[in-house]
Design a protein around this ligand. Structure first.
Ligand SMILES: [Zn+2]
Ligand SMILES: [Zn+2]
Length: 139
């Protein structure tokens, strides 16, 4: 089975994913922008059962950013890691930037474009959604 690995900037937190990633999207919402200090967060959904921490789970910090979303980050270097959904515990959200390998798949859409940064122009041809992608998107 396909296996991917990833880690934070300092390397004290590391994880492993088995199986396929869900669709990759660029999320332009204001929360992702702040969390990453960037124009958008490139993320995908992963089945919780396919994800495991292999190092540093104890030094993870958590931040509850909204009613159902808990974001995690490395306590040492501050790298943004996964988010967990209180209402969907079967899945986690993973930022692609932390992966050690090329997962093979590519971003398929820009989401929350309605709240994107004024200073960033989207120049790709991917579909754009003002908010969340449609229900059947496979996230
Ligand atoms: Zn770190
Ligand atoms: Zn977002």
């Amino acid at each position: 089975m396909k296996k991917l690995t990833g880690k934070c900037l300092c390397g004290e937190v590391a994880y492993e994913i088995e199986g396929e990633l869900g669709p990759i999207v660029n999320c332009h919402c204001s929360m992702c922008r702040r969390w990453h200090g960037a124009a958008f967060r490139t993320r995908c959904t992963v089945k919780s059962k396919n994800f495991k921490w292999v190092k540093g789970k104890k030094i993870l910090s958590e931040y509850q950013s909204s009613e159902f979303v808990i974001q995690t980050f490395c306590s040492i270097c501050g790298s943004s890691l996964i988010c967990m959904y209180k209402d969907k515990s079967d899945y986690i959200g993973l930022p692609i930037g932390g992966l050690d390998q090329d997962p093979g798949n590519r971003p398929v859409a820009n989401i929350f474009v309605g709240s994107k940064a004024a200073w960033y122009e989207i120049t790709d041809d991917l579909p754009q959604y003002d908010e969340e992608p449609p229900e059947n998107f496979g996230l």
